[in-house]
Design a protein around this ligand. Structure first.
Ligand code: C5P
Length: 232
């Protein structure tokens, strides 16, 4: 597993997405397909982007009872994606069921990653709205340990937590980190943010970058800058 920059293709249509991806002629970036695009276009958009040679992180953040998640993952396993995810708050049984659903008869499967606390969530929101009273880092660590114990490959967390996850959960346990912004960029709705350089320093394996690339006046240049700052 190598370090990489994953572009969050949060677009509303196939045309917009493919037009955007057409800009990247030299290197096919690792692409994240999230709810907006998947709900708009369905599974065919995944096949189309895969056919163009991109690696795909399908970010649908499943969270339901174990049986439902297992069956949904079985369907997603046919899409040949490279990474999928769910919410760790669904619990160990749900994560184990997801893993069963995702594993093909030949034993292969994409990476399965658990969202810990969203990078738009703050300590205050966690305490006052979600009634979770631990320190945010401890909550992320505890969810990461549950995910590891359920057999998952890694977590989605903020870059700031990537170091402690590797230290306490395992160096090979993958950290996928959104909430990435250039030093001169706009945070938007993200709260726990870091620059690509800082994310690398702390130890993220993959950074997920959306608007700083998709909304840039020159997206290829923003991607190259991101890649250079993160991967060196
Ligand atoms: O535009 P931006 O760089 O904020 O995009 C971040 C992407 O990562 C979005 O697609 C968002 O859904 C996703 N994400 C996140 N925080 C998580 C999990 C996923 O921001 N914890």
């Amino acid at each position: 597993m190598g370090k990489d920059v994953i572009i969050a293709c949060d677009f509303a249509s196939r045309d917009q997405t493919l037009q955007f991806l057409d800009r990247f002629q030299d290197k096919k970036p690792f692409v994240k397909i999230g709810m907006e695009l998947y709900y708009a276009e369905g599974p065919q958009i995944v096949r189309d982007i895969k056919a163009r040679g991109h690696q795909i992180f399908l970010d649908l953040k499943l969270h339901d009872i174990p049986n439902t998640v297992e069956k949904a993952m079985r369907v997603l396993s046919n899409l040949q994606v490279d990474m999928v995810n769910l919410h760790a708050t669904g619990g160990r049984m749900m994560m184990e069921a997801a893993l069963r659903g995702l594993t093909k008869p030949d034993g292969t499967r994409p990476l399965l990653i658990a969202v810990t606390q969203l990078t738009s969530t703050t300590q205050e929101v966690m305490e006052q709205e979600l009634l979770i009273h631990g320190k945010l880092e401890d909550v992320v660590l505890s969810y990461a340990k549950n995910a590891r114990d359920a057999g998952l490959d890694g977590v989605v967390c903020s870059p700031w937590e990537a170091g402690i996850v590797h230290e306490h959960v395992g160096v090979g346990f993958v950290t996928v980190t959104p909430g990435v912004r250039f030093a001169d960029g706009d945070a938007g709705d993200q709260k726990r943010i870091a620059t690509p350089e800082k994310a690398n320093e702390i130890g993220s394996d993959y950074i997920v970058v959306g608007r700083p690339i998709t909304q840039a006046s020159n997206p290829e240049e923003a991607y190259r800058r991101c890649f250079h700052e993160f991967c060196g």
